[in-house]
Design a protein around this ligand. Structure first.
Ligand code: UDX
Length: 446
């Protein structure tokens, strides 16, 4: 059954969700306060880089199923299921700030009351919200529009950037947090094309458990990465190779292969922020999550260690040195630089008086908005190397994996590579005449 959907907020979560709901035949009203963004989207132009998103967006706009507006009233009038996909930025103490979510809930209730809109509306929190947010939203509805039929549910998303469209259309699981059978029935209907009974289930639970599930999932992924990052230090200390260890572990189905890659630490808009918010919430609840706290700490240390290794290689002072940085996005196939390890490395090196020329296949413009002209941006990966004392690998883009070694050697003045993503085999790099520092593996120093 085709439903009329509202999506409030057209960031990563909102835009991808809205487009995918439309793709499955629903009529979708996406609302954002940013009018410039809305104008772009109306013209079928995606405001984020996400493989497969733009053609799907264009098709659904063209076929009249996908609408964009900067007027919340339009979405509220037209939709019976409204997804809140709003940011929950970190507060000063690390906890998630739900101001935008609660304000929008208040605005929705006010519109329903003022316009005397009849019928049932289900308001679903889809962005990551702290436990108890659904209760707060329900409270707002009771206070602002006591006579309206406004229901609440939690439906956290689990998509990761770069695969967001695929993961939304065919999710591993859909989690619905609601104790209201009518709400569950509607959301079950909406998600019917996305799930199946065999390996992509729809799991129904209470709202609080759904809210915690989202944080727990992200924290566990982060924990795996921090485990491997800490293990990489041990491997270095005892002369083992963490990449062999990873491989040896990962074929155990109880462990699995994913999220075991050591590196310079995890970044992005979710993992770092969510583990801090979860730690904070757990402390406030009097049930601290110590593994999660250490996950964050190890992640910060990992980056510091990487930067310190660079400093040490140059005798403790890198002032006046020039570095090439390959990779700015926090992960490949994305133009997102939020909490990107690359930018933290760059900030540390700039702070020490080094100069930097960076290259990224997609994220130069987003990085420029944050870093400005304090660094140079190269037109291609080889251009970034010209005259540099060393190359730093910060993101594992596919095109970096099989470079033209001869061109690299010619352009890179110092044949020194700090590989924060373990792209290459250390023995091979040594044989090619590079001084090579990887993570948790043998390094080839002079
Ligand atoms: C994450 C979750 O995966 C997703 O379910 C949630 O909805 C949002 O947060 P995302 O932020 O897009 O998604 O990125 P993800 O692919 O999980 O990577 C996060 C960071 O971890 C990246 O910086 C990545 O480089 C790093 N990472 C990932 C590792 O260092 N090692 C790994 O093995 C995997």
């Amino acid at each position: 059954m085709s439903l009329s959907i509202g999506v409030i907020g057209t960031g990563y979560v909102g835009l991808v969700s809205g487009v995918c709901f439309a793709e499955q035949g629903n009529t979708v009203w996406c609302m954002d306060v940013d009018t410039e963004k809305v104008t772009h989207l109306r013209q079928g132009k995606s405001t984020i880089y996400e493989p497969g998103l733009e053609p799907m967006l264009q098709r659904n706009v063209h076929e009249g199923r996908l609408h964009f507006t900067d007027d919340l009233r339009m979405a509220v009038r037209n939709a019976t299921v409204i997804f809140l996909c709003l940011p929950t930025p970190p507060d000063e103490d690390g906890s998630a700030d739900v101001r935008y979510v609660l304000q929008t809930a208040e605005d929705i209730a006010a519109i329903v009351r003022e316009e005397n809109l009849g019928g049932r509306r289900i308001i679903v929190t889809r962005s990551t919200v702290p436990v108890g947010t659904s209760d707060k939203v329900r409270e707002i509805f009771r206070r602002v529009a006591p006579d309206a039929d406004l229901r609440v549910a939690s439906n956290p998303e689990f998509m990761s950037e770069g695969n967001a469209v695929q993961e939304t259309l065919a999710p591993d699981r859909v989690v619905i947090g609601s104790s209201d059978p009518e709400v569950v029935a509607v959301l079950r209907e909406l998600y019917r094309p996305f799930v199946n009974d065999y390996d992509r289930p729809l799991i129904v639970m209470d709202e609080k458990s759904a809210e915690v599930t989202k944080y727990a999932s992200n924290a566990f992924l982060a924990l795996r990465i921090s485990f491997m990052n800490e293990l990489s230090r041990y491997c270095e200390a005892v002369g083992a190779d963490v990449e062999f260890v990873r491989l040896g572990m990962s074929f155990d189905p109880r462990i699995g292969r994913r999220y075991l890659h050591p590196g310079i630490g995890f970044g992005g808009s979710c993992l770092p922020k969510d583990i801090r918010a979860l730690s904070r919430s757990a402390q406030e609840a009097g049930a601290p999550l110590r593994l999660v706290e250490w996950t964050d700490r190890i992640n910060r240390e990992q980056l510091e260690r990487f930067v310190n290794r660079i400093r040490e290689r140059f005798g403790g002072s890198i002032a006046g040195r020039r570095f090439a940085v390959w990779g700015l996005a926090f992960k490949p196939n994305s133009d997102d630089v939020r909490e990107a390890p690359s930018l933290k490395v760059i900030a540390a090196l700039l702070g020490d008086g080094a100069t930097i020329c960076a290259y990224d296949p997609e994220a130069i413009e987003t990085a420029r908005r944050v870093v400005g002209e304090r660094i140079e941006y190269a037109r291609d990966m080889y251009h970034a190397l010209v005259g540099a004392d060393a190359l730093i690998i910060a993101t594992e883009w596919g095109e970096f994996r099989s470079p033209d070694w001869q061109r690299m050697k010619t352009a890179l003045r110092g044949h020194v590579i700090f590989d924060g993503r373990n792209l290459w085999n250390p023995d091979e790099l040594a044989a090619r005449g590079f001084e090579y520092y990887a993570i948790g593996r043998r390094s080839y120093a002079p």
